[in-house]
Design a protein. Structure first.
Length: 217
């Protein structure tokens, strides 16, 4: 079709206005409605751990440095290098990493992670209902530690877990008083991709394993 003819038809159609959607009329919404879930969220840590497991992640509740070291032993088995973000929670494992022969990488770019097997980050928070870990670039000082290594270990403070996605988005001002960071990543399970035939592949566009240590110490 000729370009001018197409644009002329489009202008005429827009000028006529759009017919009302009689089958699905849009009602007035003065506020975002609160979502009611069937399952209770009385214990946010329990709910978060269960959701992480459902999404294919590997959750651990850790209440002591000994328990955290056990998780680290399993994750770092055979790894020659580990990358760490700038999240404050990473300080929990700093001494444990210093006592190991594993090289510790603090990346300044994606190329620094080419041969790194494990990435360790903290978390700005987490969402119990979906098993989601929230990583913010403003505190992580790196956008790649949670993305490029095939294994991602996320250290999540138990007190930072909220019940639902709405609880995060409705209070963005309180969670990010200086404004939202340039990158806010919501990680739900390991990387998963599926083609048109619904063949699921894990680890194509991100980590193949997501290990979550919920710190209750």
């Amino acid at each position: 079709m000729d370009r001018d003819v197409f644009l002329a038809r489009l202008r005429r159609r827009v000028d006529l206005g759009f017919p009302p959607n009689a089958a699905h009329p849009l009602g007035r919404v003065d506020d975002v409605p609160k979502i009611e879930y069937r399952e209770p969220l009385d214990d946010l840590v329990d709910a978060f751990v269960a959701a992480v497991r459902r999404q294919g992640g590997e959750p651990h509740r850790v209440a002591s440095m000994a328990a955290l070291e056990n998780v680290l032993d399993e994750v770092l088995a055979g790894a020659e290098a580990v990358a760490v973000s700038g999240d404050p929670e990473v300080a929990l494992v700093a001494d444990l990493l210093d006592d190991r022969p594993t090289e510790v990488v603090r990346p300044t770019g994606a190329n620094d992670l080419a041969d790194v097997a494990v990435g360790i980050t903290g978390a700005a928070g987490a969402i119990a209902r979906t098993g989601t870990v929230v990583v913010a670039s403003s505190r992580a000082a790196s956008r790649t530690v949670s993305l490029i290594p095939p294994i991602h270990l996320a250290l999540v403070p138990a007190g930072s877990i909220v019940a639902t996605p709405s609880d995060w988005w409705r209070h963005m001002g309180a969670r990010h008083p200086d404004g939202p960071p340039s990158q806010l990543v919501f990680i739900t399970g390991p990387s998963k991709s599926a083609d048109i035939e619904l063949t699921l592949t894990v680890g194509v566009h991100g980590p193949k394993r997501l290990v979550v240590a919920v710190w209750e110490g």
